[in-house]
Design a protein around this ligand. Sequence first.
Ligand SMILES: [Zn+2]
Length: 227
Amino acid sequence: MIKPSKKDNSPGSALMARPASLVDNVYDVLLGQLMTLQIQPGERLRVDNLSRELGVSQTPVREALSRLEVNGLVIKTHLVGYRAAPQLTKSQFEELFDFRLLLEPTAAARAAAAIDPDKIRRAEMIVQQMAGAHPGNHYRDFAVHDSEFHDYLASLSGNTLIADSLERLHTHIHIFRFYSHARVTQEAIDEHRQIFDKLKQGDPEGTAAAMRSHIEKSRQRVMSVFD
Ligand SMILES: [Zn+2]
């Protein structure tokens, strides 16, 4: 999941706050460029060039790149340096969707079993934000909200191992990067709404089925690009 920049305003943090938020900013800029393919898969990323283009020193650039490396979006090769990760292959996407199908419907069922009015409000807000993010203009926002919805449901499962495993996949970053541009449709928004409706009713089986159907349809949308 893409985390918003954190601002630390606690007393005594002045020294740390400035560089940390600078790294966050550089990270956000590079993530945006990777997701919208302004930085192409496999493209070489030179620290000195990036630092010049972004008008910052090399330290925050290096830190942002190593964070992206953890997310699997950037690869570091000894003596060569950084380059943008290649797109996931067809079989890597297959594995990703298989893994999600094992975990997400179960997590969704558990979320529905433990639902309450506060959680419903929060989930509804995320669904609405995604519907409000026009894929053409706010392409990245759309991916962020999609990811937020899935991560939130996983967190409601109450199983932190499941939630952490899913979050670490950075599924939505990879999918949106793969789709290149506005191939995101109304379909995904409608599917999230169907999951939400079952969740709101506190219907574990219905929520699991809606989640399974959404992931299977998402898989078909991605796989159709390989045909
Ligand atoms: Zn989704």
